[in-house]
Design a protein around this ligand. Structure first.
Ligand code: PMV
Length: 347
């Protein structure tokens, strides 16, 4: 089929890992399996326009963020295209225009790589489907996740909801190192509409890119134990999710967050991505739990911001607690209310 021009638009969300991915092998293969909540409000909308070009010796594309040309995004996308061109041979046949915007403020310290790379991968798969209309929906999502992984590992967990597993795990049927899959087992009603309020402690650029961080797990003295622990935690999570046991959920999720940071603190070179206010918030959450019967807990990404997780039935009380006691530790009082979501959508 000859295709001259067209455009596709996808919106894709961010995600927050419960069991963390930290450490990878070649070709973006994770050292351990991970699982995440797909978010609902934090997302990227990407419009990919394409038109046939004369030659096919190189990639040709421009990137715009909120209508502003962004040449500094090009190297990352160039790398992405180089990795995936063997799976999408049409990449060199078109001029592309990538127009993207995020629902969360950029430079908020929230990584847009998961939502951004998954949105772009989905747009590319829509073009692929123009050439091959027999592609099933199932294959479409799988291959889009496979491609997103090659842009940014955790991006492969953003296409579907509400819980996604990435990385081969013995007890999770269908799990793969190559793409994310929907968590296939029973999830207790306690996790329905689970809330995630993201406290923006530090909106600055990351001191350490995740690529550098992952690589520091090579030869890390605790690496093998950590990878074992992540497998075990994912195993344990299966019954926790089924039974709806929030106390063991909290212990597992907070331990995962602190272990992620412990890996960074014990690598060589070592680094600390938490800020004093990150610890203030963690202590306040622990005190609040002690003094109430709340099931609120925290998790962290590779940065200083805190994700405050809690069941929907506590939304009112926890939000009051956040406003009264935690917002003071946020940069410019800034936080984002989000919750579990259901994945990407074509617009
Ligand atoms: O997707 P990357 O390569 O930016 O890695 C991100 C890893 C963490 O966000 C720290 C953990 C995770 O599993 O999402």
């Amino acid at each position: 089929k000859t295709i001259k021009r067209g455009s596709f638009t996808w919106s894709s969300p961010s995600n927050i890992a419960l069991v963390k991915y930290w450490g990878k092998k070649e070709h973006q293969i994770p050292e351990n399996p991970s699982i995440s909540f797909t978010l609902n409000n934090c997302k990227t909308v990407t419009k990919l326009s394409f038109s046939k070009k004369e030659t096919n010796d190189d990639f040709s594309f421009d990137v715009f963020l909120d209508d502003e040309k962004k040449d500094d995004f090009k190297p990352k996308i160039e790398t992405f295209f180089k990795r995936i061109v063997i799976y999408l041979p049409f990449l060199k046949d078109f001029n592309f225009r990538i127009e993207t915007s995020n629902t969360f403020p950029h430079s908020s310290g929230i990584a847009s790589s998961a939502s951004g790379m998954s949105a772009l991968a989905l747009c590319l798969m829509s073009i692929e489907r123009e050439f091959n209309q027999s592609i099933s929906d199932e294959f479409f999502i799988k291959k889009a996740s496979f491609l997103a992984r090659l842009g940014s590992g955790s991006a492969c967990r953003s296409l579907e909801g509400d819980l996604v597993v990435w990385g081969k795990h013995e007890e999770i049927e269908g799990s793969s190192d190559l793409f994310g899959v929907k968590y296939p087992y029973e999830v207790h009603g306690n996790f329905k509409n689970y809330q995630d309020t993201i406290l923006l402690v530090d909106k600055g650029e990351k001191q350490v890119s995740s690529t550098v961080g992952h690589n520091l797990m090579h030869g890390h003295p605790f690496a093998q134990e950590r990878f074992k622990q992540a497998n075990q935690n994912l195993s344990n999570l299966i019954s926790i999710l089924k039974e709806g046991d929030l106390d063991t959920f909290i212990a597992l999720v907070e331990s995962e967050a602190l272990t992620l940071h412990a890996m960074m603190m014990s690598s060589m070179p070592y680094f600390i991505l938490m800020k004093p206010n990150t610890l203030e918030i963690i202590n306040k959450i622990w005190k609040f739990r002690q003094n109430t019967d709340s099931k609120v807990c925290f998790t962290l990404d590779a940065g200083a911001n805190v994700h405050v997780l809690y069941p929907e039935n506590e939304a009112e009380t926890v939000l009051k607690f956040i406003k009264n006691e935690l917002v003071a530790y946020c940069q410019n009082g800034h936080y984002i209310c989000d919750k579990i979501g259901f994945g990407a959508k074509q617009l």
